[in-house]
Design a protein around this ligand. Sequence first.
Ligand code: AMP
Ligand code: MG
Length: 267
Amino acid sequence: MKLQNTTFKPGSKIRLKDFDTRTTSGTTKEKALAICEKNTTAIDELSYRLYAENTRALLLVFQGMDTAGKDGAIRHVMQGVDAQAAEVHPFKKPSSLELDHDFLWRIHQKVPARGNIGIFNRSHYEDVLVVRVHNLVPRKEWNSRYDRINDFEKLLTDSGITILKFFLHISKEEQRERLQSRLDNPNKRWKFSKADVAERKLWDDYQRAYTDAVNKCNTTQAPWHIVCADRKWHRNLIVSSTVRHTLEKMNPQYPSAEKDLEGVIVE
Ligand code: AMP
Ligand code: MG
């Protein structure tokens, strides 16, 4: 099975309009669910080995428009991660203390420790997305952040952290349906805010900001993965397969045992 291509050579132009956000990667939901189940089992074992090895870390960054499925994708991938190795961090509007520091201050503190898998629900990219769209800082300031983000991510990868950045890509029509269903479903209404409707009016501005973020920060050390996400099962398939293959490539090992254990008897 040939899954949707998610990564692009650094420097090549990524155009968000070129993606078919409804793609199925030529597979069916049933087959995808079967693969996801195997991925979950594999991620469980690999994350436990990463935890035992205790020398490297994995950071998963989730970005996407409102309703793109960040919470859902995180819930799905977390099913597999060994609880001891897992850290999930949502990034909301910065507090006044956070605003009194540079934009990476709050992010750096949440970077996963050795042995762990850190999951960011939104991230430092908000500082070139919502901040840019709403002019929360002058253009000169946000425009300087792409280079700062690349330098920061280089620092992390040089310190033994593998970074996977997922942009969950949905269409404007899919967002309309999801927002409406949040309104219509009493159990989902808590997720709905009138502000979401106002943000939706800025769709094109956000797409432009995302286009710049994924192009300017698509580096060799920390490439972006563009995930076609109109179908939730397809989104989960791509995310869990990417996490699994990345962990397999990292191939974490159990530490070697203490010397001279031969003949030791536990009484
Ligand atoms: P949610 O993910 O729905 O809980 O919403 C979190 C909100 O926090 C979103 O509206 C984000 O745009 C906002 N947010 C996250 N990071 C920042 C930031 N650095 N500056 C301003 N708003 C932010
Ligand atoms: Mg929200």
